[in-house]
Design a protein around this ligand. Sequence first.
Ligand code: KG4
Ligand code: ZN
Length: 346
Amino acid sequence: MTTKTIYPGARKDEPLILGIESSCDETAAAVIRGRRLLSDEIISSANIQAQFGGVVPEIASRAHTDAVDEVVSRALQAAHVQKEELDAVAVTYGAGLLGALLVGVSFAKGLAYGLNKPLIAVNHIRGHLAAAYLEDPALEPPFVTLLASGGHTAVLVTETPTRFRCLGGTLDDAAGEAFDKVARILSLPYPGGPHVEALAREGKNCVPLPRMLKGEGGYHFSYSGLKTAVINYVHTKQQRGEEWSAADVACSFQHAALDILVKKTVEAARETDCRTVTAGGGVIANGYLRAALTDACCAAGLRLVLPAKRRCTDNAAMIAAEGLVQYRAGNFAPLSLNAQAYLPLE
Ligand code: KG4
Ligand code: ZN
């Protein structure tokens, strides 16, 4: 946010912050005190969206409107906190589905105004980066982060709590998007990632698929070629009437999509001299990726801080965590805060 609102009283060491998230199909609220997570509630419309094979923005907005008051009440109750005790209200203002974001933003503005407490505008992607702070209260920059979600795939270096540098990202599709598209090709339900992962466990890494930008390409990734190779493989098998295994395709795709992320992340830590690696975003919930990243960091002598699976996919705890970073930097939003469908990563 460009406009800086000053709250002279907002200088507590361990502030009580409510986070609200509504950028896609999860309506979420969480309360933290300092870096201690007190509650983390989600009401998801993913089951409804699954009937349509993806998120329908209008349905998501309506579901958020139904759920936002309930999820915030649950979060306050679970944290044993009265709303009057809050020190700030942090909310995702972008990027995401505009109508969906507006529900959370409007609710947060009303709450902050009613309580006369500071409002904090949170960039959803920065929220994914901040999830690691809750996992390890001692975590401090510098660290390298692997970010892999439905909209972003990048390797970044966090230099100070509020400043990070992107070393490279995807040139086309994001990793999560590729999982969702491959799931469709394999007739698996939305959201595709967890289903591809489950099927991959029954398969072998034996389908020849292109390995992207190995060795070259800096820290850039490209998923569209891999996705096309999966489509071509499946269509060719179907047209020829040959036998093929969806589990082998899922397993081979998973290796091709994720091994490179692990390799580049460890390379980035080495190159930037960071001894700590973190990760965030829905794809980081993938068990194969978590194990591969753990092994690679261990072999390279790096400390890995992996957020719990539940805090890799969309949640409000990470929004509260980034809210804390902004609170400590004195970055508060005016009540004219608006939602933004697109926000740059940096
Ligand atoms: O971070 P996220 O919840 O939402 C965005 O900000 O995009 O990420 C959602 C993405 C989806 O593409 C979903 O298929 C993928 O994360 N995902 C996974 C897994 N769980 C979620 N991808 C691979 N394996 C998983 N277990
Ligand atoms: Zn997300």
